[in-house]
Design a protein around this ligand. Structure first.
Ligand code: BTN
Length: 264
C-alpha cells in the first residue's frame, strides 16, 4: 500500500457534516458499499427524501458513467457521491447543473489540494491530462414533468492502478488531503455554484478551467467525423466549434476528442 493510501481516512458522516455547512444540505448518507450512489439516490427520490439529500459511498460495485459506461469505483481511494435536487420551483436544468458541479469540483480541489484542474467539455475534470473526475446528472419524471435531478460526482483521490484501457485515460489527485474535507468542500461549493446557474460569471469561470478552448478537437455526428477548433462556450454551456471549412457549429451535448488523442 502506498504512503497516500495509508494516510487515507475513512469517510464518515460526522466528519463530512462538520465541514459541509451549506444550509441547502438536508441529510447526508454515508455508505461503505453500494451498487451506485445515483441508483440509491433515485430510490430515495421515489420516497420522501428532501431536496439536498446527499449519498456518499466508499465503494461502488456498479458505478455508472455517461453513455452507458461504467465508472471504476474502488474502495478507500475515491469519493462517489450523488446529490438529490427536487424540481420544486420548476427551473432545474441538467446541463446547467453539470456546469455548476464541474466548477464546484474545480474550486474545491484547486483550493484544498493546490492543483490546477481543467474541464474537458462537458463534464470531465482532468489533472495533468488524466481524467480524475466524472459527472453524471440524471433526471426523474412524474407524468412527463421533471420531478428531480440527481447530480452524481465520482472523483479519484488516490487511486493508483486503473484496469485495462482506463490506465491510459484515468488518473487521480494524488493528494493526502482528507476525503471527508474534499467531499464537504465540493458540497459547499456546489450549492454556491448552483445558485449561479445560467449566470455569465459562472460560465466565465467554467471557461477559465476549460481544457478545450482554442484547441483543435474532433467529434462524430451521424457517423461522420468533424474536425475544428473549439472557439467559445456560450451562456447555455454549449460548445462553439469553428470547423475546418470555417463553418460554425454549436454542440449541445455529446463527446469530443482533443487533437489527435482520444480522451473519451
Ligand atoms: C462519467 O465519467 O461518464 C460520469 C461518471 C459519474 C460517476 C459518478 S460516481 C457517483 C455517481 N454514481 C454513479 O453510479 N455514477 C456517478
Amino acid at each position: 500500500m502506498s504512503e497516500i493510501n495509508k494516510k487515507t481516512l475513512n469517510l464518515q458522516k460526522n466528519a463530512i457534516g462538520a465541514y459541509a455547512d451549506s444550509t441547502d444540505i438536508s441529510e447526508i448518507f454515508v455508505l461503505e458499499s453500494v451498487d451506485s450512489t445515483n441508483t440509491y439516490a433515485k430510490k430515495l427520490a421515489l420516497g420522501d427524501a428532501k431536496s439536498g439529500t446527499v449519498v456518499i459511498a466508499n465503494n461502488q460495485t456498479a458505478g455508472r458513467g455517461r453513455l452507458g459506461r461504467t465508472f471504476y469505483s474502488p474502495s478507500d481511494t475515491g469519493i462517489y457521491m450523488s446529490i438529490l435536487l427536487r424540481n420544486t420551483d420548476g427551473n432545474l436544468d441538467s446541463s446547467a447543473l453539470t456546469i455548476a458541479a464541474g466548477v464546484a469540483v474545480c474550486r474545491a480541489i484547486s483550493s484544498l489540494c493546490n492543483i490546477e484542474p481543467q474541464i474537458k467539455w462537458v463534464n470531465d475534470i482532468f489533472v495533468n491530462n488524466k481524467k480524475v473526475c466524472g459527472i453524471l446528472a440524471e433526471a426523474g419524471f412524474d407524468s412527463e414533468i421533471l420531478s428531480y435531478i440527481i447530480v452524481g460526482i465520482g472523483i479519484n483521490i488516490s487511486t493508483e492502478v486503473f484496469p485495462g484501457e482506463l490506465s491510459q485515460i484515468a488518473g487521480s489527485l494524488k493528494t493526502d488531503v482528507d476525503r471527508n474535507i474534499i467531499a464537504g468542500e465540493i458540497l459547499n461549493q456546489f450549492f454556491k455554484t448552483k445558485k449561479a446557474c445560467g449566470s455569465p460569471s459562472l460560465i466565465d469561470e467554467y471557461k477559465f478551467y476549460s481544457l478545450v478552448l482554442n484547441k483543435k478537437i474532433s467529434f462524430t455526428q451521424n457517423g461522420e467525423i468533424f474536425h475544428g477548433t473549439a472557439t467559445d462556450i456560450n451562456i447555455e454551456g454549449n460548445l462553439i466549434v469553428t470547423l475546418e471549412n470555417s463553418e460554425t457549429v454549436t454542440l449541445k451535448s455529446g463527446e469530443i476528442s482533443l487533437g489527435s488523442k482520444n480522451f473519451t
